[in-house]
Design a protein around this ligand. Structure first.
Ligand SMILES: NC(=O)c1ccc[n+]([C@@H]2O[C@H](COP(=O)([O-])OP(=O)(O)OC[C@H]3O[C@@H](n4cnc5c(N)ncnc54)[C@H](O)[C@@H]3O)[C@@H](O)[C@H]2O)c1
Length: 394
């Protein structure tokens, strides 16, 4: 069959797949986005970006008329592609173990649509040694594909600029696969780093776990200081002000989202639960909403109050609620307060209200996510609680 696409992306409407597809299309490749989310497919085909991603809407509008981007639920596009990138989710189960079959199930589903000679790029964040298992799986099916693992390392919402600037890690199971993947990525990024697949898998997991632990240190210090009645903002300022060895010390906040906890837990599982730092970071980071509610309760009685939560997404200026600790906060407050209201700047929900209505109807305000828009709000002298240290404190 004639190849119509240079690249097809399974999970092409997702937070990783979509900006990656746009980046390749911008570089002149013909790109197919394959997804099962019909709403997102329709939105993209109409020139709308399904989630907040800086610069994506303008780029999509520039690319669509050039017919360089096809967005569909039809797996037959894979058969017409020289390269297939796979970037579907790799979640944990209810016991915080990685769902090891999440990726293999997708590969099995599309098996009839892969073909000999194809370059396959795994881009999801995967449990160590998964790429080797997938390579063996393709071989067991007598499929002569070139499997590579090239992890995504961008920060959500800013992928388009980061893809260009972050070195791309390329690993693989055949010299041809490594060469072809390197050639593709060298069209959209400046630097390629080559390594073994297991090394590449660990680069990604170690980086996310490092960040999760890093935030955990800050959160632990924050709670320690607060419990002793001192202002962590002052401490943070003194620690970091013109003191080079504390450069990069993060501010406290809700450490959440679809990646950091999940990937730390993947490593915990890989280490057979000997990754003590990872477990400890989870206990600290997941305690932050409890700490916040306890702080509130120590200052005011909540049972007769309406509490308004401003910000429900997992990080500021994002519209993504996945694994947001604002929901844990909401759950805790629902057990303590008379009533809980929620609002978010970017994420719409039928049960949310506007920030103005929330302030009007609440007795107490708590910042779940410090979106910039909340910095200039008039809180009308209501008590405001937050674990987030604003940049002005640094
Ligand atoms: N979100 C991030 O910032 C980020 C950054 C780096 C790496 N990652 C990793 O990338 C992977 C994907 O994450 P994401 O945030 O893009 O997830 P996502 O949920 O935003 O995107 C996944 C996409 O795959 C689609 N999909 C699911 N099953 C499918 C199937 N059978 N066929 C076709 N499409 C299917 C979904 O509809 C969705 O659009 C994960 O392993 C994640 O850890 C994410």
């Amino acid at each position: 069959m004639q190849d119509m696409f240079d690249i097809s992306i399974i999970g092409g409407c997702g937070h990783v797949g979509f900006p990656l597809g746009l980046s390749f299309a911008k570089a002149g490749f013909s790109v197919g986005l394959l997804d099962v989310n019909q709403k997102a497919i329709d939105q993209i085909n109409q020139g709308q970006v399904p989630f907040k991603e800086e610069g994506a809407e303008a780029l999509l509008k520039e690319i669509l008329p050039k017919k360089k981007l096809t967005c569909t639920n039809d797996p037959k596009i894979l058969l017409k592609s020289k390269c297939v990138i796979l970037v579907t989710g790799t979640p944990l189960d209810e016991y915080l173990n990685p769902k090891l079959n999440a990726i293999t199930k997708v590969i099995e589903e599309y098996l009839p649509y892969f073909k000999d000679g194809q370059l396959i790029i795994l881009r999801s964040t995967i449990y160590p040694k998964t790429s080797q298992k997938i390579d063996q799986y393709f071989k067991s099916k007598n499929l002569n594909v070139h499997l590579t693992f090239c992890p995504e390392r961008v920060t959500e919402g800013y992928a388009l600029s980061e893809i260009k600037n972050i070195p791309q890690i390329v690993s693989g199971f055949s010299p041809e696969g490594i060469e072809r993947a390197s050639a593709l990525f060298s069209k959209i990024t400046k630097k390629i780093i080559h390594m073994q697949p297991l090394e590449a898998e660990l680069v990604k997991l170690f980086s996310n776990a490092y960040r999760y632990i890093h935030f955990g240190i800050s959160n632990q210090f924050y709670m320690l200081a607060e419990e002793h009645g001192v202002d962590f903002g002052n401490i943070y300022h003194a620690m970091t002000d013109e003191y080079p060895r504390m450069k990069g010390f993060p501010r406290p906040g809700f450490t959440a989202g679809p990646c950091l906890l999940k990937d730390t837990m993947q490593l915990c599982s890989f280490s057979q639960d000997h990754f003590h730092l990872g477990h400890a970071a989870r206990l600290v980071n997941e305690h932050m909403p409890i700490h916040l509610v306890n702080q509130m309760k120590s200052k005011i009685s909540l049972e007769d109050k309406t509490v308004g939560i401003l910000g429900m997404t997992f990080k500021p200026e994002s519209d993504d609620p996945r694994e947001s600790l604002s929901y844990k906060l909401k759950h805790l407050l629902e057990m303590e307060a008379k009533h809980v209201l929620c609002s978010d700047e970017y994420m719409k929900h039928e049960n949310f209200c506007s920030k103005e209505n929330l302030i009007e109807s609440s007795d107490v305000i708590v910042i779940g996510t410090p979106h910039e828009a909340y910095q200039t709000l008039d809180f009308k002298n209501l008590p405001v609680f937050s674990v987030w240290l604003q940049p002005s404190c640094s």
